[in-house]
Design a protein around this ligand. Structure first.
Ligand code: AMP
Length: 436
């Protein structure tokens, strides 16, 4: 094997043990918050039929145009028709339809936490495999539901102590009817400047002119600056819907910025769109979370109209912020007990003791291949163990074990049936000293 073959693929990351605590920290906060509001966890396959994303995310999105990971199974042959999921909403809508959730009591509320895949050019903050958590609500089109979904997302950022570091941006795109009118008007407007548009926007002009609004290319932005405003093109009902959401956010004291150019990268959004980004960071990868309403997606899959709204947040980008702002850096977990054995008889006898310690809910480790006391003690120290248990030949015969307090080096020989009590006393004592 060449050195190159044993490197991880570009745009991926190993989540090493030292990083797991950040992941667990976020996952715990997310599930606690969402479950308290009756969102249930859903897991859909990592790969889906390509058509699921073509129909939903849409042909004008970068995801479908450039970023789909095709899966070529050996039995598939020919053109691949499976793709690694670039986002979760499409798969969840597919699951909603396939499992007949129309008949479930509405609203149906889901949340998820898992890896997504986009074949983009890797750079800081942009991976090819990255994790998202998110939530979806099916069956409600009232603006109060939009406000509730934004509230949940805001609460999660608050739980992570990031609420003062981020800004919430919000916009409306109008419903299906309004979008027809908006696209027509924008098309007419941008068509006058077609020779100045970037190649991507030229394509967007035919596929979805709304997407030109959030193009980051300078010359496109200049043209966008004088483009007709969405808010002037939407119907009164959509205006009212948006106004109601903003009023609820005011009542909830959730600060927001109106961003009339926030269209987001996916084609399925109707009415509300929103994003949370770092206040200080104006870069292209500054979005930490985004979402919106997608009232026609279920209909596109099933012919049945079910309004829905959701959000997705990027776990790696949030962890980066927690580190940058030194927020809630969760302490690394040290082990309670390191078990040391000396000689073959002790090694045999130590396994049931390890099993017992784990049943007592201690955090326990051992280096069973090691022989000498010195090297095992050194390992116990490196693991930061509070207590070391030492079993030699003699202890193995006597049904005893030596308990060593790793903080002050004190040792005592203890009868095995008193072991739990003695360990607890030592750990309590060590913790007390640490607090002082
Ligand atoms: P999106 O589905 O594109 O709206 O993404 C939702 C969130 O996922 C973004 O706000 C980012 O935090 C995160 N995200 C999206 N794409 C990537 C990527 N390629 N690498 C890392 N995080 C990403």
């Amino acid at each position: 094997m060449t050195e190159q073959q044993i490197q991880k693929p570009s745009g991926t990351d190993d989540i090493l043990p030292s990083q797991q605590r950040f992941w667990k920290y976020i996952q715990d906060k997310v599930s606690k918050r969402l479950e308290s509001l009756s969102f249930s966890k859903i897991e859909t396959p990592i790969f889906e039929n390509k058509d699921i994303f073509l129909r939903s995310v849409g042909p004008s999105s970068d995801i479908v145009q450039k970023e789909l990971f095709l899966v070529k199974g050996s039995s598939l042959g020919g053109e691949a028709d499976l793709v690694l999921r670039p986002e979760a909403t499409a798969g969840i809508v597919r699951a909603f339809v396939e499992n007949g959730m129309f008949s479930w009591p509405l609203p149906v509320k889901f949340y998820y936490f898992g890896p997504m895949f986009r074949y983009n050019r890797p750079q800081a903050g942009r991976l090819r495999e990255f994790w998202q958590f998110g939530a979806e609500v099916f069956g409600e089109d009232d603006p109060a539901t939009d406000a509730l979904v934004i509230l949940v997302l805001w609460q999660i950022f608050t739980d992570l102590k990031l609420q003062n570091k981020v800004v919430l941006e919000i916009n409306t795109l109008g419903d299906k009817n309004c979008q027809g009118k908006i696209k027509k008007t924008l098309s007419k407007y941008f068509d006058q400047y077609r020779q100045y548009l970037c190649p991507d926007c030229l394509q967007r002009l035919t596929l979805n002119p709304l997407r030109i609004l959030d193009c980051k290319v300078q010359k496109c932005q200049t043209i966008v600056a004088s483009a007709p405003q969405i808010v002037d093109l939407i119907c009164d009902e959509c205006k009212e819907h948006f106004k109601d959401i903003l009023e609820s956010l005011d009542d909830l004291q959730i600060p927001y910025d109106l961003n009339p150019k926030l269209v987001r990268g996916l084609d399925y959004y109707t009415r509300t769109t929103f994003e949370i980004r770092d206040k200080e960071d104006t870069g292209r990868q500054s979005a930490l979370a985004g979402g919106g309403r997608y009232d026609n997606l279920v209909e596109q899959y099933s012919g049945r109209q079910v309004p829905a709204i959701g959000f997705a947040a990027g776990v790696e980008r949030i962890i980066e912020k927690l580190k940058t702002y030194q927020l809630a850096d969760p302490p690394s977990k040290k082990i309670d007990i390191f078990v040391i054995q000396l000689g073959p008889r002790a090694r045999k006898k130590i396994l049931p003791i390890i099993s017992q310690l784990s049943s007592w809910n201690f955090n326990v480790n051992a280096a069973l291949g090691k022989e000498s006391l010195k090297s095992q003690l050194r390992t116990a120290d490196r693991f930061g163990a509070g207590v070391a248990l030492i079993m030699g030949q003699r202890e193995a015969i006597d049904n005893t074990i030596i308990v060593r307090n790793m903080h002050d080096g004190g040792q005592e020989t203890v009868d095995l049936n008193k072991l739990q009590k003695v360990i607890l006393e030592h750990l309590k004592d060590i913790n007390k000293k640490k607090v002082k």
